[in-house]
Design a protein around this ligand. Structure first.
Ligand code: NAP
Ligand code: MG
Length: 498
C-alpha cells in the first residue's frame, strides 16, 4: 500500500467546476429549480453545487432515451460494434482510474485504497465481463411439443430483445459501482437508460456519463438526472415510457418503486440491503473468522448492503472472538479517505451519522455490552467510532435492523441448529456466511440458510459471473451473470408453420 498523502489531480478540480447539474443528451443541464451541494464527508465542505432536476427535466431525459430507443441509434448497431464500444468505455474508466477514485473518495468519504481497488478496479472487471454478454445473448429453438397432424411442419424459437428505456435508481454507498451494475447490462442488452444517483453522491456518475460519450455511446442513450428521491426518483419510477426500473436502496423506498412500476407494468428489480449473518461454527479457524469479520463488517464503514452485521459465534470461541474484535477496532486509525493510512473514514452524511449514533444509544438502552473502538478525529467530518456490541440477543433491535455503519453485533450460540434458527429469524435475506472446515456441516446448512448468497469462509466476495440479490424483504431479482443481462430483455416466442 502506498502511504503517500494523495494529491488531488488537476482533472478532478476541473471536473468539480464543470459538474453543474443533470447530464442529459450529452450535456449538463442547469434548468432545475433548486441547487444542492455535494459535500466532502471528511470536512462537511461543499465540493460542487448542482441544479436539481424537476419532473420536467426527468421527462426530457426519458423522452430523449425513448427517441434513441425508437430510432435504433444504439440497439440497431451490430452486437460486435456495441461490444467494442462498451469495451472502450471500460478502457476509458481504467485510464481515468485515479481521477474517478479521487472523485468517489471526495464525495462518498471512503478510503482511496477502497475506491481504487473496489469502486474502480472491480467496476472495470465488471464492465468488461458485461460488455462480453453483448455478443452472447441468445434464444433457443424447439420442436412443437403437442400432437400435430403428421404432415404439419413447425419451427419454434425464442428471441431476446431489449426491454426499452430503463430507469436506474441508485444509493450513495457505492455510487459509481452500483450505477454500473445497472448501466452495463442495460446497454449490453441494447436498452437506453436514465440513472438517478443519490442526492448526496451524484459526482462520479456524472464523470462516468462524460466518459460514456467519449467512448462512442451516442448522446441520450445514457443520461443522468440529479434530483431528489421524492421528486425526480418518483417521477422516473412512475413514468409510463420506462419499461424497467432497477433499484438499490432501502426496503421502504423499494416497495414504493415496485408499486409505481407495476402500475404501468414495467419490469422491476429491487436490491434492498440486509442484516447479514456470519455464522462461526465450533471448529472454525478463529484467526480467519476475526479477520473476515473485520473485513465483512467494516468495509466502507459498514455501509455495504452485503456487510456482515450479526455475528453468531459458538460459545467455545465467543469471548475470544469479542475480545479480538474489540482489540482490533481499538487500534484502528480514523481519518479522511484521501489519507491512505487511515483505516476507517467518515460515513456519507451528517444525517446518516446521526442515524447510526441513535442506534448505538438504543443498543445501550436495550442492554448490549458496548465495546468501543478508536476515538473519532477531533475535527468536523461525519465520523463514527467502530463499536463491537457483545451479548446481543435475538430480540434486540441491533440484531434485527440494518444500521449500515461500523457496528458489529455478536451473539453466542450452543449448537448449530439453534444458530441456524437465529440466522433465519430475520425479515431480510441478502447474504450470509458460514465459517467452518466441517464439510458435512457446511453442506447440510447451505441449503437451509434463507439468503440470496451463502459464502463459506469468506464474506462480500462478489463475482460478476455469480448472480447477486436477495430473498424475503431484501428484494427481488438478480444482478450479475447471464441472469442480469437477460432481465433487461423481453422474451418473444416465435412459431412458424411451413
Ligand atoms: P433510500 O432512501 O432508499 O435511497 C436510495 C435511492 O432512492 C436514492 O437515489 C434516493 O434518492 C432514491 N429515493 C428516495 N426516495 C425515493 C422515492 N420515493 N422514489 C424514488 N426514488 C427514491 O436509501 P437512503 O436514504 O440513502 O438510506 C437509508 C437506508 O437504506 C440505509 O441506512 C440502509 O439501511 C439502506 N441502504 C441500502 C443500500 C443497499 O445497498 N441495498 C444502499 C443504501 C442504503 P435521494 O437520496 O436523492 O432522495
Ligand atoms: Mg433517502
Amino acid at each position: 500500500m502506498n502511504s503517500a498523502p494523495v494529491q488531488v489531480l488537476g482533472e478532478v478540480n476541473a471536473f468539480l467546476s464543470r459538474a453543474t447539474g443533470s447530464f442529459i443528451d450529452g450535456e449538463y443541464s442547469t434548468t432545475g429549480d433548486k441547487q444542492a451541494e455535494a459535500l466532502d464527508p471528511s470536512s462537511g465542505q461543499p465540493l460542487a453545487s448542482l441544479a436539481l432536476a424537476t419532473e420536467a427535466d426527468v421527462d426530457r431525459a426519458v423522452a430523449i432515451a425513448k427517441a434513441r430507443f425508437d430510432d435504433k441509434t444504439w440497439r440497431g448497431k451490430r452486437v460486435a460494434e456495441r461490444e467494442r464500444i462498451l469495451l472502450r468505455f471500460a478502457d476509458l474508466v481504467e485510464q481515468h482510474a485515479e481521477e474517478l477514485a479521487q472523485i468517489e473518495t471526495l464525495n462518498q468519504g471512503k478510503s482511496i485504497n477502497v475506491t481504487r481497488m473496489v469502486d474502480v478496479g472491480f467496476s472495470v472487471d465488471f464492465m468488461r465481463y458485461m460488455a462480453g454478454w453483448t455478443t452472447k445473448l441468445e434464444g433457443r429453438t424447439s420442436e412443437v411439443s403437442i400432437s400435430m397432424p403428421a404432415d404439419a411442419q413447425f419451427n419454434a424459437y425464442t428471441l431476446r430483445q431489449p426491454v426499452g428505456v430503463v430507469a436506474g435508481i441508485v444509493p450513495w454507498n457505492f455510487p459509481m459501482m452500483i450505477a454500473l451494475w445497472k448501466i452495463m447490462p442495460a446497454l449490453a442488452a441494447g436498452c437506453t437508460i436514465v440513472i438517478k444517483p443519490a442526492t448526496e453522491t451524484p459526482l462520479s456518475v456524472l464523470r462516468l456519463a462524460e466518459l460514456a460519450l467519449e467512448a462512442g455511446i451516442p448522446s441520450g442513450v445514457f443520461s443522468v438526472v440529479v434530483g431528489g428521491g421524492a421528486t425526480a426518483g418518483q417521477r422516473l419510477a412512475e413514468h409510463p415510457d420506462i419499461r424497467k426500473v432497477t433499484f438499490t436502496g432501502s426496503t421502504a423506498v423499494g416497495k414504493g418503486i415496485g408499486h409505481a412500476a407495476i402500475d404501468h407494468m414495467a419490469h422491476f428489480s429491487l436490491e434492498l440491503g440486509g442484516k447479514n449473518p456470519m455464522l462461526v461454527l465450533e471448529d472454525a479457524d478463529l484467526d480467519k473468522a476475526v479477520e473476515g469479520a473485520l473485513m465483512a463488517g467494516l468495509l466502507n464503514q459498514g455501509q455495504v448492503c452485503a456487510a456482515a452485521s450479526r455475528f453468531y459465534v459458538h460459545r467455545s470461541q465467543y469471548e475470544a472472538f469479542c475480545e479480538r474484535l474489540h482489540q482490533a477496532v481499538s487500534e484502528m486509525s480514523m481519518g479522511p479517505g484521501l489519507d491512505p493510512t487511515a483505516q476507517l473514514n467518515p460515513v456519507v452524511s451528517k444525517r446518516h451519522q446521526q442515524s447510526i449514533l441513535s442506534y448505538l444509544e438504543l443498543a445501550e438502552r436495550e442492554g448490549a455490552r458496548v465495546l468501543r473502538g478508536a476515538g473519532t478525529p477531533d475535527h468536523t467530518g461525519f465520523y463514527v467510532s467502530p463499536v463491537v456490541l457483545a451479548d446481543v440477543t435475538q430480540q434486540m433491535t441491533l440484531a434485527r435492523e440494518e444500521v449500515f455503519g461500523p457496528v458489529l453485533s455478536v451473539i453466542p450460540f450452543d449448537d448449530a441448529d439453534e444458530a441456524l434458527a437465529m440466522v433465519n429469524d430475520s425479515e431480510l435475506g441478502l447474504a450470509a456466511s458460514l465459517w467452518t472446515n466441517d464439510l458435512s456441516q457446511a453442506m447440510r446448512l447451505i441449503p437451509e440458510i434463507e439468503a440470496g448468497t451463502v459464502w463459506v469462509n469468506t464474506h462480500v466476495t462478489l463475482d460478476p459471473n455469480l448472480p447477486f440479490g436477495g430473498v424475503k424483504q431484501s428484494g427481488t431479482g438478480r444482478e450479475f451473470g447471464r441472469e442480469a443481462i437477460e432481465s433487461f430483455t423481453e422474451l418473444k416466442s416465435v412459431c412458424i408453420a411451413y
